[in-house]
Design a protein around this ligand. Structure first.
Ligand SMILES: N[C@@H](CCC(=O)N[C@@H](CS)C(=O)NCC(=O)O)C(=O)O
Length: 241
């Protein structure tokens, strides 16, 4: 069979691609990667071209032989299947718990991700989280704290697995925005573990070297706008749709 091809996205813009990439790498899958530039304005033409490969016209997409797996969650499950399921807990109830967390993330995670873009995790200046954002983050921390206490960590179900990789971009958004974790020490430790994971570190290191992708609605009070715009050849864009 020809080598699989992962169509991923710009490192500091594609949290979905990051998840698929992490799972494939954790499963030691052999694949070639093609990074699709999803920054505006070229985003639209490039995603149109993705439509030839993938019915959803999105990244990530994994082409294996003559088939395309065109959703991050499906790619993650495929990676897990390739290693006999070892990236999910063996106990059926815990496995279902891991999948619940993954499904929660996949369906928006109570709008945390819509409010705090992945791109903003790479800004040299961060705004404070709002009351609502901290409340949503607390709901998330409150859900994972008992899971971590039960497993004993350092990852959600002990060893690093799909649930950790699925939630990694959220952990990084929250950690880098200094979300309030006073009541959730295990959750804070978990976010730090996720950040320090070698695969996450590799992705983030590359992402940190990309020019920042600023959204006009992300304003840090008192920070000079010129500083945003001059930082690292920044790309200034409309808010995400
Ligand atoms: N449910 C999809 C979502 C993928 C997604 O939205 N990817 C973004 C880039 S990170 C994209 O390609 N968006 C283009 C669009 O939605 O038209 C997945 O999990 O793979």
């Amino acid at each position: 069979m020809p080598r699989a091809i992962l169509y991923s996205g710009t490192r500091n813009a594609s949290s979905w691609a990051m998840r698929a990439w992490l799972a494939l790498r954790a499963a030691d899958c052999d694949f070639e990667e093609i990074v699709v530039d999803i920054r505006r304005p070229q985003r639209f033409a490039n995603l149109d071209r993705m439509g030839v490969i993938s019915p959803s016209g999105t990244v990530p997409a994994l082409v294996v032989g003559d088939r395309t797996i065109f959703d991050s969650l499906a790619i993650m499950e495929y990676a897990n299947d390739m290693v006999g399921g070892r990236l999910l807990p063996t106990d059926p109830l815990r496995r279902a718990q891991a999948r619940s967390l993954m499904a929660w993330q996949h369906s928006g995670l109570s709008r945390i991700c819509a409010r705090i873009s992945f791109e903003s995790a790479f800004y040299p200046y961060k705004r404070s989280l709002t009351y609502e954002e901290n409340a949503e983050a607390s709901r998330f921390f409150g859900a994972i704290e008992p899971i971590l206490l039960e497993s004993g960590g350092p990852f959600l179900f002990g060893e690093p697995g799909l649930a950790d990789f699925m939630l990694a971009p959220t952990a990084l958004r929250l950690l880098r925005h200094d979300a309030d974790t006073a009541k959730w020490p295990a959750a804070r430790q978990w976010m730090q573990q996720v950040e320090a994971h070698p695969l996450v570190h590799t992705w983030m290191d590359e992402a940190d070297r990309e020019p920042a992708i600023w959204y006009d609605d992300y304003l840090v009070p008192d920070a000079p706008i010129d500083l945003y715009k001059s930082s690292r050849g920044a790309t200034v864009c409309d808010p995400p749709r």
